[in-house]
Design a protein around this ligand. Structure first.
Ligand code: ACM
Length: 262
């Protein structure tokens, strides 16, 4: 299975431009599953609710989501993308999984980072796993969720073989920590980070790029640069993630001692 990420710099408050750019960057590329950064439609550093309202969209009716559905169907691929969601006048930092058939599934970020708490409702739907047409199971988490090992653990216990991880990382820890998220769950992880800088009156954020794909054995199968927009894919055998034995006498799921955990 050919899986990968598109690392790029979404433009703040420009969903039309962002979907056009994604379509243009992916139109001639080959892949089965691609992961895009967090908030790929809207950008990240909002200054007001008015700004947020101007770009948040309903799923799946919004233009950005429909654009991704067109792309998934034209290319017969799966797409995972971060998206600024509006639902019943509430806003969520969400990600969508889009099937080639146009089916859309949504995850709403559970662990909100910094000022995201001013703009978004915390996710209310839990961590779900979806079966692709080839039988492979995938799950989604968003950016700061990485710091809560319970997120990836829950996805892995539910059977996820690949964890798709749209991100807008500003701290320096995650890309190295994904070694542990992958190894402790024996899953593939795809962290699609963004590049670029965003500024408003109070703040300036530099996003750290360096998107990574990590194998269940902790190998970094792909690693992007800090600054450049990059499309990278690797060929993986997701069935490797079904084997939870780390030694001949240790199965990382069967060896859990849940009576001693909170
Ligand atoms: C983050 O969760 N966007 C750091």
């Amino acid at each position: 299975m050919k899986v990968g990420f598109l690392q790029f710099a979404p433009v703040l408050l420009n969903p039309e431009g962002n979907i056009e750019k994604i379509k243009q960057l992916l139109s001639d590329k080959e892949f089965d599953l691609i992961v895009l950064p967090e908030l790929s439609n809207s950008g990240y550093l909002f200054s007001s609710v008015t700004e947020l309202e101007s770009v948040a969209e309903e799923i799946p009716a919004g233009k950005f989501c429909r654009g991704l559905c067109e792309l998934a169907s034209e290319k017969n691929v799966y797409i995972v993308s971060g998206i600024c969601e509006r639902s019943d006048n509430k806003f969520y930092n969400s990600s969508v999984l889009i099937y080639p058939s146009g089916e859309v599934y949504t995850y709403r970020k559970i662990h909100l980072f910094m000022e995201e708490k001013k703009w978004f409702e915390p996710g209310d739907r839990g961590f779900e796993v979806y079966t692709l047409n080839n039988g492979i199971k995938i799950g989604m988490m968003i950016c700061f969720d990485w710091l809560f090992p319970e997120a990836s653990r829950t996805l892995a216990l539910k059977g996820a073989q690949i964890i798709c991880h749209p991100s807008n990382l500003v701290l320096k820890y995650c890309q190295r920590a994904m070694f542990s998220r992958a190894v402790e769950n024996r899953v593939f992880t795809i962290t699609a980070n963004r590049t670029g800088t965003e500024k408003n009156a109070n703040n300036e954020l530099k996003f750290t790029g360096n998107s990574v794909i990590v194998s269940p054995a902790g190998d970094y199968l792909a690693s992007a640069s800090e600054e450049n927009e990059e499309f990278i894919t690797v060929d993986i055998d997701p069935s490797i993630a079904l084997d939870k034995n780390i030694t001949s006498m240790n199965n990382i799921f069967e060896d859990r001692r849940t009576e001693f955990y909170f």
